[in-house]
Design a protein around this ligand. Structure first.
Ligand code: SAH
Ligand code: SF4
Length: 383
């Protein structure tokens, strides 16, 4: 069933106050000056104080900023907001995976997933867009039209919501539960690079959420012309959704391949800034039964990535209602992994997590649609 979104409801409210959580340090300084909150010569110092409250302590109320004078708190509250978005739904899986459906504006619903025991302690899978313009045939998000790019504030909000839930304010120095961020939720991050880069600047700032850029991974389906800029602007770890080792098959699975083929993609990856054995690229490879899972393809994959500091992440396909693809048999996946391992590549098979709450890769769509459908039904009933 396809669902058409009412785009007229997706426009952000014109008069909504700016949420300071989405501004970079420099952006925050300028905003304070423009709003007349403090004189320009004091703005850097004031921005630094406010920053600490927002990103280290996680406060949502200007009145909690105890080293900021009362009249300045009032001015801040007059011009800006720190409100968290509405949490429409929160689900916890049997395996500890948590999923939030967050509404940031009318019609803008974002799914964010926390997966424990991934990375150093636990990874948050964030979305960069609502829907996606690309139509990878095995991906549920790809069946949903792009609604719009998320703002930096909406990306940072996903981290804040997770940290509220995990009770990680102020930023703990050690023993964090949320240790890694992966841009593997809804959307193609390289089609929203400006906001993704600002959000990464904010969440990696040492006097704030302070997640190391080495623990932030951006996954792309292969927007080759933006790879260089991604590396230079964010120093994030790179993940590439490869899924096929030849152009005819990749044209079908990841149609963006028709624009940037494998030769261009591999050249772009080889040139990714900062690539080294300590900073390897991750190749994601979804295991589709009878489509891309033969031993020949495992060997072709080795040829393709030869000489690139890399690991391969084999993702068992997560089915969704209406898909024709099936997940490869476990034995086939293991045989594929063994060929890569023998050649010296770390190639973990990604255990599906949160399947009972449809929180696995490529499944992020259905819940918001269900909610939208129920809202529509309620609206129709009330009309
Ligand atoms: N748009 C970006 C990031 C989001 S998708 C990208 O494509 O890389 C995150 C990962 O989930 C990608 O590797 C994607 O190919 C994979 N994925 C999508 N649908 C899936 C499914 N149904 N089962 C398993 N993995 C899937
Ligand atoms: Fe978009 Fe990534 Fe899904 Fe492809 S796999 S449709 S790029 S979200």
């Amino acid at each position: 069933m396809s669902v058409t979104l009412d785009l007229t409801r997706a426009a952000p409210a014109v008069s909504a106050p700016v949420n300071l959580s989405g501004l970079t340090r420099e952006g925050l300084r300028q905003a304070l000056i423009e709003a007349g909150v403090c004189p320009p010569e004091k703005a850097k110092m004031r921005a630094s104080q406010v920053w600490d409250w927002i990103h280290h302590f996680g406060v949502t109320d200007f009145a909690a900023m105890s080293n900021v004078a009362k009249d300045m708190q009032a001015k801040l509250a007059e011009h800006f907001t720190l409100a968290r978005p509405e949490i429409v739904e929160r689900q916890v899986s049997k395996d500890g995976t948590r999923k939030w459906l967050i509404r940031t504006a009318p019609g803008i619903e974002i799914e964010t997933v926390y997966i424990p025991d991934v990375g150093r302690a636990g990874a948050l899978c964030v979305s960069s867009q609502v829907g996606c313009t690309l139509n990878c045939t095995f991906c549920h998000t790809g069946t949903q039209k792009l609604v719009r790019n998320l703002t930096a504030a909406e990306i940072v909000a996903q981290v804040q919501v997770a940290r509220d839930d995990l009770e990680e304010w102020p930023s703990p120095k050690e023993d964090r539960r949320l240790s890694n961020i992966v841009f593997m939720g809804m959307g193609e991050p390289l089609y929203n690079l400006d906001h993704v880069a600002d959000a990464i600047d904010i969440i990696s700032d040492n006097e704030g959420i302070a997640l190391s850029r080495r623990r932030i991974t951006v996954s792309t389906s292969g927007v080759v012309p933006q790879l260089q800029a991604l590396g230079e602007r964010t120093q994030a770890m790179l993940a590439i959704s490869l899924h096929a080792t030849n152009d005819p098959l990749r044209d079908v699975l990841v149609p963006l391949n028709k624009k940037y083929d494998l030769a261009q993609l591999m050249a772009g990856i080889r040139a990714y800034p900062g690539l080294s054995n300590a900073r390897r690229v991750t190749f994601e490879y979804v295991m589709l039964k009878g489509v891309n899972d033969s031993p020949e393809e495992a060997r072709a994959l080795l040829d393709l990535i030869k000489g690139i500091p890399a690991k391969v992440n084999l993702i068992p396909f997560n089915p969704w209602p209406g898909t024709d693809y099936e997940c490869s048999d476990w034995k086939t996946i293991e045989r594929f992994a063994a060929i890569l391992n023998k050649a010296g590549y770390a190639s973990p098979i990604r255990t599906p997590r949160g399947r009972d709450i449809l929180a696995a890769c490529g499944q992020l769509k259905s819940e918001s649609e269900k909610v939208r459908a129920s809202v529509r039904r309620a609206e129709q009933a009330a009309a």
